[in-house]
Structure formats: C-alpha cells, structure tokens
Design a protein. Sequence first.
Length: 404
Amino acid sequence: MEIDKKTAIFTVCNVAYLDKVMVLAESLYMSNNIKINVFLFDKKREIFLKDDFWKIHWVEELNVPDFEILSFKYNIIELSTSLKPWLALKLLDSYSKVIFFDPDVMVLNSIQSIIENLEEHPVIITPHYFYPKSNGFADDSKIMRFGNYNLGFFAVNSSLDSKKFLSWWSERLMLNCFDDAQFGIFTDQKWVTTAQCFFPFIHISYNPGLNIAYWNLDERSISLDENKKYIVNDDFPLIFFHFSSFNNKFPEKLSKNNFIIGNNTSSIISNLAIDYSNQLNRYSTVSHDVTYSFDYMSKGKYISPTLRRAYASVLDLFPKGHNPFNEQGVVADFAKKNHLFEAKNKKYIAEGYQGLEDHSGKMKIIFSLMRLLLRIIGPNKFMSVSRLFVYLSSYHRVPKMWKI
C-alpha cells in the first residue's frame, strides 16, 4: 500500500540507538511502503547501514537556533525530545501531515487510520492507559509525575491550530525540557498534560491498537487473527507496539520494569518480544563509534550531568556567542572553578530507585545522619530542611550555588 506522499513520518535518536531505529524503519516500510525521516543527534560519522528504509538528517546540519547551548545544557534524552515539535514544524513546511514515533516502536499494521483521522483533527495524542490504576507499577501516581499522555507518538496536520500548538510546545521545550519530575517537568511529555487547557482541539485517541506498551497491557488483549496478524481486544488491528524499557538480555520478559499482563497469553507477548529482539540483533553493528558526541568538550573532557545542570543555572551570565564545548573557553573555566569535571573523565551511569538495595549500607549511614539532624534541629525545622533538599536537587534553578 502506498501512503499519501504528503505525509511524513519521523523519529529522533543518537547513533547508539540506530539498531532500534532500523527495526522501526523496516517495519514501517514493510507495512506501509514509506521511508521514515531519522534525525540523528550526533556528530556526522560513518554508519554501516543502507538507506533502503530511511532518510537520514544529521542535527548539526539543520540550523537549529542556539544548538550548541541546547546540546550542552541537555542530555541526549532531553535534547532529542526538546526538538520534536520544532522538527515537526519544519516538516510541515513540505508536508501536510506529520507523524512521530519513538525509536523503540515497531509498526505492525497500516497507519492509514491515523492519516485519515488527521483530516478531522489537527493534533492526535494517546493516553498512557484508559482506566484508573492503583497497582503500584504503572499507575495513577506515576502518571501524575510523568504526564497523562505518552509522547512516543503524536500526529499533526498543517492547520493553523496545529502550528499554534507546536509553536507553544517548542518554545517551552527550548527553555525547559529537563527530566525534573519533582518540579512537575518531565522532558517534552509533562507539558502536553496542560496543553488541552489552551488547545481544546487536541484529540485524544482511545484506539487500543495505538501505542501499546508494558504500562497498558493489562487492558489490551493481543491475539492473532486468521491471517496471523496481531489484533487487540478481538477487534482492532495492532498498529504499533512501543517497546519502552525493553529487556534485550531477557526479551521474553518484555520490559525491565514490572507490569501486569492482564488477560494476555504469555506466549503471545513473549513471541512478540522475541521477534523484536531478533530484529534488533540484525542491526547490532551500525558503527565503529557509538559514543554520544555531545557528551564531550573539544579536547575530550567528559561533560557530567552536574556540569550540564550547573551551566543551565548560570547560562545568562556567559557572553553571547560563547561556545560551551570549547575546552579553553569560559564554560571550561567555570567547570574548573566549581570542580565540575570528573578527575578520571569517568562517564556517569544513572542509578535509580531500583538500585537502592545495592547500596543498603550507604543508605543506613545516610538515614543515621538524617535521624541525627532530626534530633538536633527538631521535627519542624527538619521538615523545612527536607523540602530544601528537594529544591537543591534541581540546582539548574539555583545560580547562587556556583562561583562565576
């Protein structure tokens, strides 16, 4: 089937994510005969992939406003998500409809219904799930942190309404696309929770065949029809599956996160996940170098997340036109003055709440110190201090913390 030539599909990633992108690109092409636009957030380099299924665009060649500043203050997830509406607006200069998929999506059926819905709706998004949950996994309390809608998918047309929404969204992401859930911001996603207040034309699709993921499997039963095509709740084509937090070491588990399988047959889910894993493994070698380019300064100094946040807090104090990546420049001087370079250039590895058990001894010491502080200052002041810790955890909002 040939998709309307006036429709563009796109995704964003760095070179290290190209295995996932190629699965997305091939699945889209095989099911819809359309090449995806891949915007690569890395410095241009040799990659060992044919362009049978995709059109590649290196972000450095796109003339993104203040790109050096954005790529320094944001990590790769924040940076790539911050430019999604900006890229959609650029594509709408040449196309009448634009659809975004996260790179860890696999398309399994025709997307024609999405394209047809864009005739009626300027903007289409999908909620994380359809029914209230309090299961301790993917539930309402987590949705309050990360946003009502999963922006691993959105679709827009070229109407004035759509462009107003994209412009509003883009302006906010250029300034504040941090992973900062404790302050109500989660990259590009949390902003759209408020968007309906200002843009009532945004359409929320409740098609269960869109954006299936581990967080909504309990309400969507996947099976095979007589043609061996995946269907959802016995009635809807499974258009695309979102393999968020995919566990490629143990693909039959589907996700690194805990979730509820609902009425699904475990063999159906594991077969779907194993098929995705097999597709990923076909593209396991995409480049000799999968290092994220914008993690390093001009002479190889590693840019820690702490340095990124500190830089963001004092950004307005640096001279206009400065290059933050210049290892002989003002930002490097700022980093040295504030001890923001790792002594051995060691790369940061994120540790979340799931790693608490691995540091139980350290946590006992911290809890002991906290109890001691409580005893010294009393419960009222302790509450104020604990709230202050939350404030200080977003130190890109605290310029007075740093020496200039």
